[in-house]
Write a protein of this length. Structure first.
Length: 234
């Protein structure tokens, strides 16, 4: 039974991934900070761990875990708007959670994968990394960093038999915008029902992990079939 570690597992995409892989027979370690959500996952038989991804020491404490699949899913969305108006704290937090913590956690777990000669590192990226637009500059920068990191890491790890996959979703209906957009704006975003759902990403991850070790999905773009409306800043 393969051990999967998933960050940002208490809501949205990460929660759907944890539940889906657990149901498929994987041994899942779900990381997050929401105690209530972690307790709910634990009640389903999923191992959980409350951990602050911004603490490099806490991440390094995981290095002895025999993790077969690392899913770097956790991320935050700063309030959309002109980059010139962003505070330094907003910029720093976005890069710390979306990029720096990912590098630290991946570095902590790679030695074990290399020693075992097998493993899979998965990143939840974003189309914002590959087709960035106005009002999301810092978020796009953090996700573009993930895309570049995944590409470089893949070149380093493929000789060790370790696969690296970047999942690249378009608009997903999650709580990512809850704290940064008013209800009306979020309602408009999802009104037509054509946005991706967290389960779509979870199903895609399961399909990727189900491939034989000889096959590596390097990047998987997952977009809504129908166009979604642009975010209206009000």
């Amino acid at each position: 039974m393969r051990q999967v570690l998933i960050t940002g597992a208490t809501s949205g995409i990460g929660r759907a991934m944890a539940q889906t892989l657990h149901a498929a027979g994987y041994r899942v370690l779900a990381l997050g900070r929401n105690a209530k959500a972690l307790a709910e996952l634990s009640a389903e038989g999923i191992e959980t761990l409350a951990l602050d991804l911004a603490d490099p020491g806490a991440l390094m404490a995981l290095r002895d875990r025999p993790v077969d699949v690392l899913v770097n899913n956790a991320g935050i969305m700063p309030k959309p708007g002109p980059f010139a108006d962003m505070s330094g704290d907003e910029i720093d937090r976005t890069l710390a959670v979306n990029l720096a913590s990912v590098l630290h956690l991946t570095q902590a777990l790679l030695p074990g994968m290399i020693a075992r000669g097998t493993g899979h590192v998965v990143f939840t990226g974003s189309t914002a990394a590959h087709a960035p637009g106005a009002n999301f500059a810092a978020y796009a920068a953090s996700k573009a960093g993930i895309a570049a990191f995944a590409t470089a890491l893949r070149a380093e790890l493929s000789p060790h038999g370790i696969r690296v996959t970047e999942l690249v979703p378009g608009r997903v209906e999650t709580g990512l915008y809850t704290a940064i957009l008013p209800d009306a704006a979020r309602g408009d975003m999802y009104a037509n029902g054509n946005s991706l759902q967290p389960q779509d990403l979870a199903d895609a991850l399961l399909a990727v992990l189900s491939l034989p070790s000889r096959a590596s999905v390097t990047r998987l773009d997952i977009l809504p079939t129908r166009p979604v409306p642009a975010i209206q800043l009000k």
